[in-house]
Ligand binder design. Structure first.
Ligand SMILES: Cc1cn([C@H]2C[C@H](O)[C@@H](COP(=O)(O)OP(=O)(O)O[C@H]3O[C@H](C)C(=O)[C@H](O)[C@H]3O)O2)c(=O)[nH]c1=O
Length: 188
């Protein structure tokens, strides 16, 4: 398993070791000692699974402290362009984003710590997205940021017509979003 720091070093791309044979493949998608040794020292308490057609955009979402969530995300069918945005006040990379194509083919995963907004756009039909979270779902703490906020300027892949939830069509801009993450204290 390879851990690669992104341009925002707390966001980590993870490449599992894939054991292929004439039956198919096997991989370990999570192993706590390896993750702790690479700076990801969290317990996961919820698993999520969403399925989307091509052109669905989910995000940008986060939960406020004290229910902030770290997320370990991957695609087991189809593919996404997955994005994390730093929303920790005082961070040298506040408002900056990183994005990666995650797919059933490349089997790559992304670690998104608490203090980041997360979203993705699906690149294929029947995209099945699995992720572990470090805190449970708390709708009263659920918040969002507009996916096309010019202050963040995410370069989403050109997919044509997008499908978003009503909630995601109406998310606030970063400057108007409710944020209580402070750089260096986001786990409090
Ligand atoms: C997130 C979540 C949702 N739900 C229920 C609430 C709604 O009735 C339904 C769909 O929820 P929502 O539209 O918020 O789902 P997504 O748009 O996929 O939200 C997720 O999308 C982005 C990419 C994320 O990173 C978050 O994990 C999460 O916000 O599932 C639950 O019961 N538990 C949950 O943990």
């Amino acid at each position: 398993m390879e851990f690669i720091k992104s341009a925002i070093p707390e966001v980590i791309l993870i490449k599992p070791k894939v054991f292929g044979d004439d039956r198919g493949f096997f991989l370990e998608s999570y192993k706590k000692p390896l993750f702790v040794a690479n700076g990801i020292d969290y317990d996961f308490i919820q698993d999520n699974h969403s399925m989307s057609a091509k052109g669905v955009l989910r995000g940008l979402h986060y939960q406020l402290n004290p229910k902030a969530q770290g997320k370990l995300v991957r695609c087991v069918s189809g593919s996404v362009f997955d994005v994390a945005v730093d929303i920790r006040r005082g961070s040298p990379t506040f408002g900056r984003w990183v994005g990666y194509e995650l797919s059933a083919t490349n089997k790559q995963m992304l670690w998104i710590p608490p203090g980041f907004a997360h979203g993705f756009i699906t690149l294929e039909d029947n995209t099945q997205f699995l992720y572990k979270t470090t805190n449970d779902y708390a709708p009263e703490y659920d918040r969002g940021i507009k996916y096309d906020d010019p202050a963040i300027s995410i370069v989403w892949p050109e997919i044509g017509e997008l499908l978003l939830s009503g909630k995601d069509q109406a998310q606030p801009l970063l400057k108007d979003a409710e944020i209580n993450f402070v750089f260096g204290k986001e786990n409090d």
